[in-house]
Design a protein around this ligand. Structure first.
Ligand code: LLP
Length: 431
């Protein structure tokens, strides 16, 4: 099995953290997202321990809630002593509702409205990551009206182009995010920010992209950001307290993807940071990391019921499931790869080549094309692995399809993390 928490029992059924998927679907219905709490915790601990061991004091990993956020998950993240990054007032609201300590929350986004900013300040958000000049002006004004001095980091674009999907590549100069170092605008922005009386600039943020397997782009980003910190000290006498390097470590969706040793990557990053700071003659700032995918993706499995199995003579076979792009739009959007298996026959050889189709009225509603699974029959359970990141958080009600339930499994027991959407939910905004 691709992950150590998955196995096969005496009935030939897939088990997740020791629980039989057929019993889970019997009890909680289908489609069903199954989140393994221990696996989330293990991933958190790798970050927390490595950051403590290899990065300058005061460094902290923050969970990127955009990957997947709901109240019970925030409680798990909090108990593992990670902070969080939110990118909208909605994500902030969820974190607040979960009782997450907002001191350790960073508010991102390239277009925060005045209402967003006021909300953040009202709930005492730790820091805003200010994207641009207009936003700084608003934060300064609203903080002044509320009588606070607001801590911010400035989002900069380091001009790095890691080899990842174009739509999830965010650190280039030509990007909707942040302010470019290369054009000189970042230094101008810093100078401007320092002139604002209700703003306390603590440092800088960048995020170069997602699903990155190499360690070099992160070291390159660190060097560029630290060089900027050194220039800021020389030119403006500014001392950088924090550098936030964003998220982005890749995850193994399929056997062919490489395994990433996160702790080793953080170790390398730490070495790069200390030599770079020495070279530029600056004190190493605290480093923040914002992993999303690498915390949550492979801790979750989506279970579907197989419906029609249809072979078009001379073409291919379609296996239809009771979910699809409404709960996992990533194949439709990015052509993302997934490991798929017939979880009712997990002991049988995967010998049936087919395309897994969702139930939406949309020909692009596919989960994976030309995969091999063990001979599918109506009623079998299909498992799609590694669906924790950017699945539920990007889910929709297209065709008025209800979002699945999310259950959390731990110590041989399951509990509901997000209840299944109902038809009643679908009309809750209708007047
Ligand atoms: N920090 C910032 C500022 C980000 O923009 C992101 C992701 C992260 C942290 C977390 O990155 P991660 O560790 O998860 O790679 N919907 C796309 C992914 C978009 C990522 C957006 N930003 C997908 O499904 O692949």
């Amino acid at each position: 099995m691709l992950y150590s928490n998955l196995s096969v029992n005496e009935f030939g059924h897939l088990t997740i953290a020791g629980l039989d998927v057929a019993s889970l679907v019997n009890e909680y219905g289908s489609p069903l997202m199954v989140l393994d709490e221990d696996r989330v915790r293990e991933h958190c601990r790798v970050y927390v321990d490595a950051v403590k061991k290899y990065l300058p004091s005061g460094s902290k990993p923050l969970y990127a809630g955009k990957a997947f956020c709901f109240k019970a998950l925030y409680s798990i993240i909090e108990s593992e002593e990670m902070g969080a990054d939110v990118v909208s007032p909605g994500e902030l609201y969820v974190a607040n509702a979960a009782g997450f300590p907002l001191e350790y929350v960073y508010f991102h986004g390239n277009n925060k409205t005045d209402e967003d900013i006021a909300f953040g300040i009202d709930v005492h958000i730790g820091r805003f990551v200010a994207d641009n000049r207009d936003e700084l002006i608003s934060i300064n004004r609203i903080a002044g009206e509320k009588g606070v001095k607001q801590r911010v980091l400035l989002r900069l674009s380091p001009g790095i182009d890691p080899h990842t999907h174009a739509k999830i590549n965010t650190g280039r100069v030509d990007s909707k995010f942040g302010t470019a170092i290369e054009t000189g605008q970042a230094m101008e922005l810093l100078e401007f920010a320092l002139s604002l009386e209700n703003i306390d600039v603590e440092g800088f943020h960048c995020h170069i992209g997602s699903q990155i397997f190499e360690s070099e782009p992160f070291s390159d980003a660190a060097e560029i950001m630290l060089k900027f910190a050194a220039d800021a000290k020389d030119e403006l006498g500014f001392i950088t307290r924090y550098v936030n390097l964003g998220g982005g470590f890749g995850v193994r969706y399929i056997e062919d993807h490489p395994h990433i040793d996160i702790a080793d990557n953080i170790k390398k990053l730490g070495e790069c940071i200390s030599t770079t700071c020495e070279r530029f003659g600056i004190t190493a700032p605290a480093i923040l990391l914002e992993p999303g995918r690498s915390i949550i993706a492979d801790a979750c499995t989506t279970l579907y019921k197989i419906g029609s199995v249809k072979t078009i003579t001379g073409y291919k076979s379609y296996v239809s499931i009771d979910g699809g792009m409404t709960d996992n739009p990533r194949y439709a959007l990015y052509g993302s790869e997934y490991t798929v298996l017939n979880a009712s026959k997990a002991d049988k050889a995967p010998d049936f080549v087919c395309t897994i189709a969702g139930r939406c009225c949309e020909s692009g509603d596919l989960i994976q094309e030309d995969v091999k699974i063990a001979s599918p029959k109506r009623g079998d359970i299909l498992a799609v692995l590694c669906t924790g990141a950017y699945n539920y958080s990007m889910a929709s009600n297209y065709n008025r399809i209800c979002r699945p339930a999310v259950i959390i499994v731990k110590d041989g027991k399951a509990r509901v993390g997000i209840r299944r959407e109902t038809f009643e939910d679908l009309i809750r905004y209708d007047m």
